[in-house]
Design a protein around this ligand. Structure first.
Ligand code: SF4
Length: 401
């Protein structure tokens, strides 16, 4: 619909950004990253609401250690948000994140920046240069007489130059501001200056409706000019609302397809008990054919699946040659593994006809007990650290300690 500015492309995990790829929606968790289960539940909720990429703060060593457990179990790529301490960027890389966000305004030493860039280059992950008008390098701000579009762009291009000195260029850029005018002018200038993919956002937009209006005005204006490859619609609200709003904006502009079914699947990790991709593909085809307008989760294990995807209307998790069918995180039936997709379809149709509450009331009385027993047996056989996160944590402690 709009002619898009052509940029180079980067990969955040398996999600392409720029270079003609569909514009992606990002959001950020509000939990403490050290709270692994709480953060994962929010990540699943964000993925279900339309987020393609999720950012988590990595503000202390405990957060970095949390990331070592979160990343292998996240359904979408994780970006670690780094402020001030470059060692936390190295720790986040060790935790396995798919990208970093660095703020040039608060990690300013060239050798620190280049150490991080070199490590990102060696491990093959991209960095977002995330300039923010509110935390602009004071030296640049002073020279430009404040946070002008030119000052924001200079902060980004100076960081790019530092990266270039170590041969690193796997970068996307943002130049956010809370002023819609400033943000629009800065992105326009940036788009004329570099060919990197751009991450759009208005910072400190505030609660809805004001926050929503400011973000839509700023991001929507740029998107309609063909500028922007990934967006975050920041709101002072539940981040699920911002993911949903970002998705809706892209759909309204004809930049993403509307979808009735939201199928989320876990990435499959050391605990997986089934070929998640095959089951998810089969389930997606069957649910789409029946035009089921629900959020449905396909999860690789019964240990964490129902809990991680508890925001989904319906889901199935595999374990011990069985499928645990769950509604809003509560296991309602246990079926043989070979009948997982069939059971999912049947339950989806019942939910559409009768509603979630009625299906919860009709749950098999023994399902929860059987689910607990399967979960306990799997934990016993696989051990508590199926993803070997503890090993990574030891390295993280060496880096941050
Ligand atoms: S296999 Fe289990 S723990 Fe691993 S990502 Fe899937 S649901 Fe989460």
């Amino acid at each position: 619909m709009f002619e898009r500015r052509l940029t180079r492309q980067i990969l955040v995990g398996d999600v392409p950004v720029g270079g003609g790829a569909p514009i992606t929606v990002q959001s950020m968790t509000t939990t403490k990253t050290a709270d692994v289960e709480g953060t994962l539940a929010q990540i699943y909720a964000l993925a279900g609401a339309g987020a393609d990429i999720v950012r988590c703060t990595c503000n202390d060593p405990e957060a970095a250690e949390g990331l070592a457990e979160i990343v292998p179990r996240s359904p979408v790529p994780i970006v670690a948000d780094i402020h001030f301490q470059y060692r936390l960027a190295l720790a986040a890389i060790e935790a396995g994140v798919q990208a970093l966000r660095l703020n040039p305004g608060n990690i300013r030493k060239r050798d620190h920046i280049q150490t991080v860039a070199q490590e990102a280059k060696d491990r093959g992950l991209p960095i977002r240069i995330g300039v923010n008008a509110g935390s602009l390098d004071p030296e640049i701000a002073e020279r430009h007489g404040g946070a002008t579009p030119e000052a924001l762009v200079e902060s980004a291009t100076r960081e790019l130059a530092y990266f270039a000195e170590v041969g690193f260029d796997d970068v996307k850029i943002s130049v956010k501001a809370s002023s819609v005018h400033l943000m629009i002018d800065a992105y326009r200038l940036l788009a004329d200056t570099v060919d990197h993919p751009l991450h759009l956002g208005v910072t400190e937009a505030g609660p809805p409706p004001q926050g929503l209006i400011k973000s839509v005005a700023g991001i929507g204006t740029l998107l309609s000019e063909g500028i922007g490859d990934t967006i975050r619609l920041s709101l002072t609200a539940d981040p699920v609302e911002e993911a949903r709003a970002g998705r809706t904006l892209l759909e309204a502009l004809g930049l993403r397809e509307r979808k009735g079914l939201d199928l989320i699947a876990c990435p499959s990790c050391g605990r997986a008990e089934v070929d998640v991709i095959a089951v998810a593909q089969k389930a997606q085809a069957a649910l789409e054919e029946r035009q089921i307008p629900l959020q449905v989760a396909v999860m690789g294990c019964v240990v964490n699946g129902p809990g991680e995807a508890r925001e989904a209307d319906l889901g199935i998790a595999a374990g011990r040659a069985k499928g645990h069918l769950f509604v809003k995180g509560q296991v309602v039936r246990v079926v043989p593994e070979g009948e997982m997709v069939e059971a999912l379809l049947h339950e989806a149709e019942r939910i559409v006809e009768e509603g979630v509450e009625a299906r919860l009331a009709a749950a098999d009385a023994h399902a929860a007990e059987e689910a607990d027993a399967d979960r306990a047996a799997l934990l016993e056989s696989q051990g508590a650290d199926a993803n070997r996160a503890e090993e990574r944590k030891v390295h993280i402690r060496e880096i941050t300690g």
